[in-house]
Write a protein that binds this ligand. Structure first.
Ligand code: GDP
Length: 296
């Protein structure tokens, strides 16, 4: 797989798969993300269920899986556009009472363009008008042939609403993860992708990052697109303060001077002086680019 950092094979070790959930509007992406989250994070837990930072992790059979919790395709599309392969696996949600719809096809095209394997979640199996066999046929016509029909796409019947089939889906994700090489160098160059960012009135710019290579540490100086700064504090997806985060870990950080864009690549640099120099250079380039467009 294409990686953000050039690393020698011998330095790579396996990391948690990063999963994004795509599908047509109203087919149950948000409900499914909540159902998966609920398998582990108890309601009312400190910082727990109410906090959404754009990504979370769950554990299944002692192994971690990272989910991008970004409603809509914004972050995924942005990442793809910048050539950063943010997700390792796409879970395509298809409501079995509705079948293949325009955004279902769009999601398949996105995943294929990014060469990311697809697992299908046949959602809403609890509905009386569910017709999973018909939907499997529809998907088969698009080249996603279910494994039970000798194809190579795993399709898992689920009800996100009634929390049925969630463990099977996690199982399927780990199976697909094992068949692809999902690796990084925890001791290598620290790079990753901005998942989302916002301004908090009291804390300043709060940025969610997905670390994709290396180990990010509190105090590191980073550049993310046109933003940069020193990490003043770092939190895991539960809101717990942490000091280090390795590959496939989503973190929320405090300390950037500006708000970066979802999909921006971030990297650790030597110090704040270097941050300022790089950001200045990028801003100047952007100005020049805009100037030349205006003149043209
Ligand atoms: P999204 O637009 O893809 O994020 O879809 P949502 O998660 O918002 O779900 C759209 C609607 O479908 C909501 O009213 C959900 O309650 C409902 N829904 C989602 N999953 C299921 C399911 O498994 N069974 C049933 N019956 N309804 C579901």
């Amino acid at each position: 797989r294409k990686m953000l950092a050039d690393e020698k094979d011998a330095d790579l070790s396996s990391r948690a798969p990063v999963v994004t959930i795509l599908g047509h509007v109203d087919h149950g992406k948000t409900t499914l993300l909540d159902a998966i989250r609920h398998t582990q994070v108890a309601e009312g837990e400190a910082g727990g269920i109410t906090q959404h930072i754009g990504a979370y992790q769950v554990e299944h059979n002692g192994r971690e899986i990272t989910f991008l919790d970004t409603p809509g395709h914004a972050a995924f599309t942005a990442m793809r556009a910048r050539g950063a392969q943010g997700a390792d696996i796409v879970v395509l949600v298809v409501a079995v009472n509705d079948g293949v719809m325009p955004q279902t096809k769009e999601a398949i095209n996105h995943a294929r363009a990014a060469k990311v394997p697809i697992i299908v979640a046949l959602n809403k199996i609890d509905r009386p008008d569910a017709n999973p066999e018909f939907v499997k046929k529809q998907l088969g016509e698009l080249g996603l042939v279910p494994d039970e029909w000798d194809g190579d796409t795993i399709m898992v019947p689920v009800s996100a609403k009634q929390k049925i089939g969630i463990e099977d889906l996690l199982e399927a994700i780990l199976l697909v993860a094992d068949s692809t090489s999902i690796r990084a160098n925890p001791a290598g160059k620290v790079v990753g992708t901005v998942i989302e960012a916002e301004i908090d009135r009291s804390k300043g710019v709060m940025t969610t990052l997905l670390v994709q290579n290396g180990t990010l540490q509190a105090g590191d100086a980073i550049v993310a697109g046109m933003a940069g700064g020193k990490i003043r504090a770092m939190f895991d997806f539960r809101g717990k303060r942490i000091r280090k985060a390795g590959p496939s870990t989503p973190v929320q950080i405090m300390g950037l001077s500006d708000v970066p864009n979802a999909g921006d690549i971030f990297e650790v640099v030597a110090n704040e002086k270097e941050v300022r120099a790089i950001v200045e250079e990028r801003k100047q380039k952007e100005k020049d680019r805009k100037g030349s467009i205006k003149r043209a």
